[in-house]
Design a protein around this ligand. Sequence first.
Ligand code: 5MM
Length: 340
Amino acid sequence: MSGLSDIARQLVAPGKGILAADESTGTIKKRFDTIGVQSTETSRRDYREMLFGADEAMREYISGVILFDETIRQSAADSTPFVDMLRANNCLAGIKVDTGAKALPFHEGETVTEGLDGLRERLAEYAKIGAAFAKWRGVIAIGENKPSRAAIVANAQALARYAALCQEAGIVPIVEPEVLADGKPGDHTVEICERVTTEALAETFEQLRLAGVELEGMILKPNMVIPGVNGPRVSVEDVAARTVRTLKATVPASVPGIAFLSGGQTSEEASANLSAMHQIPDLPWRLTFSYGRALQAEALAAWGGKAENVAAARNAFVHRARMNSLASLGQWAPEIDRAA
Ligand code: 5MM
């Protein structure tokens, strides 16, 4: 167990957080479509090499990177395996092991995340390739009559079975029950998000307990408590207070760290909200980031698929990583962000 808790603590070391670069083939295509770049194995490799080769970001601000199956097997253009590239900057390699959110029968518009079949064998292989941690994302949608109890329980059970299999394989599970802010219609209030997030987290920890998961050897990756993307806006302080209140009500202090997803927030919102949580006293866990879009958006745009833009894209990525590092210490401020 000490091996697992050491890795979990390393992932949430002060001033560091996680880069979620585990976009599946469909999702990375959507991201590339926004910059007019065709998604091929080579363009995906070039894009990830741009990120992982941003040495300052990877060395100073990023503790681990979540990879997709294709990426964990890939190498940079000079044939250095990505896993070795990460290791050179003391970054842990992680692997997304779920196979996606699939329609939940008899519950229109709701999903359960799949990928448990054969997971024990896949984890053993990923451990050999060099994965120290893994990720599984359950998705909870808010809408009319949603979420159902069935969706909350099915996703929590799957997360718990996944987490237990990871720990059995010596891999730290990142447990991600995401309550969607950017689903449809996305017009819900922050109060509804708080109620649903509380229910989803409470059920997740009940199922983790039943499955025998050691809480010291896992990381929680939740959504922040925010309104739907089309819902009534609230202040940064309100988001911070509600998020910490929800977590305190549901997440045992033995969980070493909580690394948030950004969930459709702008890059600056995601930094501001994380930093504001650190102004609240007596946090029992480390609070940091595990952002996908909120770490990559500016770098992706600056890159635009062109080799001559790699340096500018890396600068953009270093900046965002540094802003989130500051946020994870409660030291982010808009003036610092905009001055750069
Ligand atoms: C990077 O995106 C991850 C994989 O998504 P798909 O399975 O849809 O390709 C995603 O799970 C991500 O790790 C989290 O949702 C956090 O990303 P954001 O952009 O919300 O911070």
